[in-house]
Write a protein that binds this ligand. Sequence first.
Ligand SMILES: CC(C)(COP(=O)(O)OP(=O)(O)OC[C@H]1O[C@@H](n2cnc3c(N)ncnc32)[C@H](O)[C@@H]1OP(=O)(O)O)[C@@H](O)C(=O)NCCC(=O)NCCS
Length: 310
Amino acid sequence: MDVREMSGHDLAAVAGLCERELMLDRDAGELPAMLMRRPYVGLVAAAGPSLLGACFGAAGPAGRGRRTGFIDLLVVDRAARRQGLGRRLAAGVHERLAASGCQVIAVRGHGVHYAWPGIDVGYTAAICMAEDLGFQRGGCEVDMRVDLRSVQLDTRSAGERLRSAGIVVRRAGPADDGPLQSSLAGTWIPDWIGALTAALRGGRGGLHVALHGQRYVGFCAYGVNRLYEIGPLGTAPDLRGLGIGGTLIKRCLADQRDRGLSAADLGWAGPLSYFSSTLKAVISRTYWQYEKDLTAPGEAARWQDRIGLI
Ligand SMILES: CC(C)(COP(=O)(O)OP(=O)(O)OC[C@H]1O[C@@H](n2cnc3c(N)ncnc32)[C@H](O)[C@@H]1OP(=O)(O)O)[C@@H](O)C(=O)NCCC(=O)NCCS
C-alpha cells in the first residue's frame, strides 16, 4: 500500500470513492473538487491502480494566537477498512499541517468551501476514530431540511410591504459584484462575504438581495457549494423583524424548487426556531466538532477513563 500526495489527476478516482463510501451525502462525488478550490493538503492511499483512501486537510490562517489546521475529509474503501489506512492518512495530513506551523488540529467546517460543519454522528466509524485518536469533542451543529414540495413560498405580499417601506428585494447580478461587498463588509464576517462573492461569480447557485437605497440590507445565497444548500442568509441588525430574511430565503427556495429539487438544506443552521416556524424546517443532520492540541503534554484521557468504566 502506497500513501502519496494527492494531485489533480486523482480527482476522478477520489470523487468515485466519495460517491461510493459517503453514504449519508447526496452529491458526495462533488466534494473533492469543492475542497480543491482552496489551498489544501491531500493524501491518497493506492494499491497499484486502485485508489483505496483519501484525506483532505487545510491550514487555517496564520495570525495572532495558535494556528489551527483542519481535517476536512477522510474516506477509505469499505473493503480496505480496519487495516490502519485511515490512521495512516490522518497522521500524514497531521504531520504536514504541523510542519506548516499548526498547533491544533480541528475537525470542523471552515472558510467558504467546506464539506461539513463537523463529523456527521451517523458516520459511526469516523466518530469512533476521532475519539480513539484523542480528539476532544466540542460543539454540536445541525443542518435543517425544508420540504420544497409542501412549503409555502409566495412572497408577493411580503415584497409589496417591504417596497412600501423603501426596501427592494431582487435577484443579484454581475453589477452587484463590488458594491455588495463594500456595503456588507463592515457588518459581516469575511467568510460570508466570500460565500456571497462565490454565489455571484459561480455557475450553479444564485443570490437574492434586499436594498434600502444604495445600502444592501439583506442577502440570501444558495448553491455556493452544493445546489441543494441554502445560505448564508443575513439581515442588517437594525432592520430585523420586517420580513426581509423570510422573503429572501423563500425566493432562494423557490429557485431551488424550480430547478427540480424536492428538498433544500440549511447547512450549519441557526436560529433553529426561526427556520422551524417560518419554513417548517426539521433537523436533518447532526455534527460533532473535534479538536486535538498537538502541543498538549502526553495523551489525552481515554473516554473509558473519563467516564470511569475502567
Ligand atoms: C472513518 C474511516 C475513514 C476509517 O478508516 P479505516 O481505514 O477503517 O481506519 P483505521 O483502520 O485506520 O482505524 C483507526 C481507528 O479508528 C477506530 N475505528 C475505525 N473504524 C471503526 C469502527 N467501524 N468502529 C469502531 N472504531 C473504529 C479504531 O480506533 C481504529 O483503530 P483500531 O483498528 O486499532 O481499533 C472509514 O470507516 C470510512 O471511510 N468511513 C466512511 C467515511 C466517513 O465516515 N468519513 C467521515 C467523514 S470525513
